[in-house]
Design a protein around this ligand. Structure first.
Ligand SMILES: [Zn+2]
Ligand SMILES: [Zn+2]
Length: 259
């Protein structure tokens, strides 16, 4: 699968775009940077958006994507999320105050947006992508709001994106039970000196990331995302000095990976 990193950070600055990935040119995973990273032409190709949770760094550009592609396709764009995530996105984003409710524009019979509820650990498939069918499985993680990571499989290649999470269990079990897993993307948000902040917001520091990676029993590529912009240099230094149970790399913004 072709996996383009539109944004790989947990906040916004001129160098750091918020979390968003483009799969095979048509599926987006999280919406922190879609309209910041893609041309209008590229945005028009997007037909499916997966949302892991409601936080702004994962949803901020969704309203602008919907506006930018409005009226250019006969079918609505599909937004997939777990039930509690969907309720919050509709209540707080497409609520006619923050932004119009595009599930009723131009009308509810032929809307611009269609919400699709997904159920944890029940795989579903998006067909007809350039690289073949994409099977998606949502996996609950432990963040301060309801959040799911995603297992993405195309052909005989899988990757896991944990999304934002503090210490968690199930996603590591799924990783260990996935024989064709090629890569795992997980987070590190705050330096160790801000452990208390990481703990209350359910994020990881290099110290707790090292502990989490001990749960991974497979030899796969591990890629780290979600550095908070003020701590990027500090986190890079700290991760270099941390004893980790496996090798890891930083997920590089604007890079296209092939898994
Ligand atoms: Zn985040
Ligand atoms: Zn979050």
């Amino acid at each position: 699968m072709e996996f383009r990193v539109l944004g790989s950070f947990g906040g916004d600055s001129p160098d750091c775009r918020m979390t968003s990935f483009l799969v095979d040119g048509e599926v987006v995973v999280d919406a922190g940077a879609i309209t910041r990273a893609l041309t209008i032409e590229e945005q028009r190709k997007i037909r499916h958006v997966l949302i892991s949770h409601t936080h702004m760094d994962h949803t901020a550009t969704l309203p602008f994507l919907i506006e930018n592609i409005f009226g250019t396709h006969p079918e609505p764009v599909s937004i997939y999320c777990a039930k509690r995530v969907m309720g919050a996105v509709r209540r707080h984003l497409f609520n006619n105050d923050t932004w119009p409710d595009f599930t009723r524009i131009p009308d509810h019979v032929e809307p611009s947006v269609r919400f699709q509820e997904i159920v944890a650990e029940e795989p579903f498939t998006i067909s007809g992508l350039p690289g073949g069918d994409l099977e998606i499985t949502a996996i609950p993680v432990d963040h301060i709001v309801p959040t799911t990571g995603f297992l993405l499989r195309q052909g005989s290649s899988s990757i896991i994106f944990t999304s934002d999470t503090g210490p968690t269990e199930r996603v590591w079990q799924v990783a260990n039970e996935t024989p064709d897993l090629k890569a795992l993307i997980t987070e590190c948000s705050f330096p160790n000196r801000l452990q208390a902040v990481a703990d209350v917001s359910l994020h990881l520091t290099p110290k707790t990331l090292a502990h989490e990676l001990g749960k991974l029993k497979r030899d796969v590529e591990v890629l780290i995302y979600h550095f908070k912009p003020p701590y990027v240099d500090e986190l890079r230094d700290e991760l270099n000095l941390t004893q980790l149970p496996c090798e890891l790399k930083e997920l590089v913004q604007d890079r296209t990976y092939t898994f």
